[in-house]
Design a protein around this ligand. Structure first.
Ligand code: ATP
Ligand code: ZN
Ligand code: MG
Ligand code: MG
Length: 465
């Protein structure tokens, strides 16, 4: 990419989240990720520091924890301001209304260049059908087990399921999602199937599907409208020709979706490469309760043994096992972290210069990573312990908010990286994205939010008779 010859006409709107806006290149398999700010406080300085911090955090912290093969840290690019301003104008009309409370950063000229993960490298060079990409934001996959927890329901109902009630009450969404992260992270094919089915029925911001790099399925801008599963089936049909003959033409759409979900499941359970031999080692996370009481997955199916003995636990190198392992660095829960945050705050009030040495706001380098890895397990009352746990908590928060991208396309018999399915066979790649550091200053907010969500859940589900 020649930075002095940047032309906004080579790029188009790709998507956005709460923190950043992404444009994709029309020819090359790459994207530019630009920060967004609340329109009242856009300063160049924020992005100047923030973009390099994001790359360092991904490179030195998240990548070693999640595994080389899943993480693409990207590189910082300095863009001509003129290009960024033109780009911002160009994409404005494509942006969903619900995201327009923030504006794209047109001040810093700083951006992040990443591979376009909705495409398959080299794939477009051949005369293949375009790749399908499934983006899942899985959220927290375990029940907290910390002794600091004060509300018993947090040990039985997962955060996502509780949060749904709060979001519905606040008008964020119009319908409850029946997705439960604990089902997706269970490693049981049955439960994962149900989780993915529920994501398809109510994607909210947890599921997006792309075809040839174009968004074809996601939540509707108008929250009242339901996404079109039938349109999705039409898109998917050519990828599953086999399933068209299944069921004798009776509910063929169902067969297509069924096979589609199987492919996603296999990719999520794979170790990232298809050549491993034998049964992969499973990780059993015994401290956590594996089932959420709010999940719609039938309880009797959990109990009948099959689920726990044959399929429970995630293969050790699978993307979900990696993410879960990092999420579980949050082993004190926000209720245990908040007092430690206050300890750090008190210390910093007395010794403000220590903020740098303790790397509260970075830099996110090997030394930060050492603090995360070597934090003592017992509280010795020190500020070092408190900082170590706060760092760990923030890393876990990143893993609770990341997305998984599964990109696949039909492949020839001789191609590598095939999903081990009888028919059809797919080339695929699995990546993790959105690995930004979560701010230290956000901890008091997290503490308050946790209390609000739990209290609201208790009030709304245990109303007096
Ligand atoms: P969130 O609100 O979830 O924190 P965010 O503002 O941090 O989101 P991202 O999730 O990184 O932003 O990016 C927004 C969207 O852009 C993603 O959901 C994804 O669809 C798309 N995207 C981001 N990075 C890539 C990439 N490397 N390749 C393809 N698409 C991408
Ligand atoms: Zn749940
Ligand atoms: Mg995101
Ligand atoms: Mg993000």
């Amino acid at each position: 990419m020649e930075l002095d010859k940047m032309d906004e006409n080579d790029w188009k709107y790709h998507g956005e989240g709460n923190k950043s806006l992404v444009v994709s290149h029309l020819q090359h398999c790459k994207v530019l990720r630009l920060l967004k700010f609340p329109s009242e406080d856009s300063t160049a300085e924020q992005a100047f520091r923030h973009i390099p911090n994001i790359v360092d955090y991904s490179k030195y912290v998240m990548k070693p924890l999640l595994g080389e093969k899943y993480v693409h840290s990207g590189e910082v690019v300095k863009l001509p301001l003129d290009f960024v301003r033109q780009l911002s104008l160009k994409v404005q009309q494509e942006r969903p209304e619900l995201r327009c409370d923030k504006v794209m950063d047109t001040f810093s000229g700083c951006g992040l260049c990443l591979p376009n993960l909705t495409q398959l490298p080299l794939h477009h060079l051949r005369d293949h059908s375009p790749p399908i990409c499934v983006e899942i934001k899985p959220k927290c996959g375990f029940l907290p087990f910390s002794r600091h927890i004060t509300k018993e329901c947090k040990r039985k109902v997962c955060r996502f399921c509780m949060h749904q009630h709060y979001k519905l009450a606040n008008g964020k969404w119009k319908r409850l999602s029946r997705y439960c992260p604990l089902d997706l992270f269970s490693g049981s094919k049955q439960r994962m199937y149900v989780a993915l089915k529920n994501l398809l029925e109510e994607p909210q911001n947890n599921l997006k599907i792309f075809k040839g790099g174009e968004l074809i399925f996601s939540c509707k801008d108008d929250a009242k409208q339901q996404p079109e599963l039938n349109d999705l089936i039409q898109h998917l049909r050519p990828y599953f020709p086999h399933s068209n003959s299944l069921y004798n033409g009776h509910q063929p759409g169902k067969a297509v979706l069924n096979e589609f979900i199987q492919v996603i499941c296999s990719a999520l359970l794979s170790g990232g490469d298809s050549n491993r031999s034998g049964e992969p080692r499973k990780v059993h996370l015994s401290e956590s309760r594996p089932h959420c009481e709010a999940s719609p997955f039938p309880r009797d199916l959990l109990r009948n043994g099959e689920d726990f003995t044959s399929n429970h636990g995630l293969p050790k190198d699978s993307v979900l096992a990696k993410i879960l392992q990092v999420q579980m660095l949050d082993n004190l829960d926000i209720e245990g972290i908040y007092p430690l945050y206050k300890r750090v705050e008190q210390y910093l009030e007395e010794f403000p210069r220590e903020r740098n040495r303790l790397q509260i706001d970075g830099p996110y380098n090997e030394s930060f990573m050492d603090t995360v890895k070597n934090c003592p397990t017992e509280d010795d009352g020190s500020v070092e312990y408190a900082v170590g746990k706060v760092h760990q908590y923030r890393v876990a928060m990143t893993a609770k908010d990341c997305s998984v991208m599964i990109t696949f396309a039909p492949c020839e018999e001789d191609e590598e990286h095939q999903l081990n399915l009888e028919k059809p066979r797919f080339t695929y790649s699995v990546s993790i994205l959105d690995l930004d550091p979560k701010p230290y200053e956000g901890i008091p907010h997290q503490y308050k939010l946790d209390t609000k969500i739990v209290n609201y859940y208790l009030r709304s589900t245990q109303a007096p008779p």
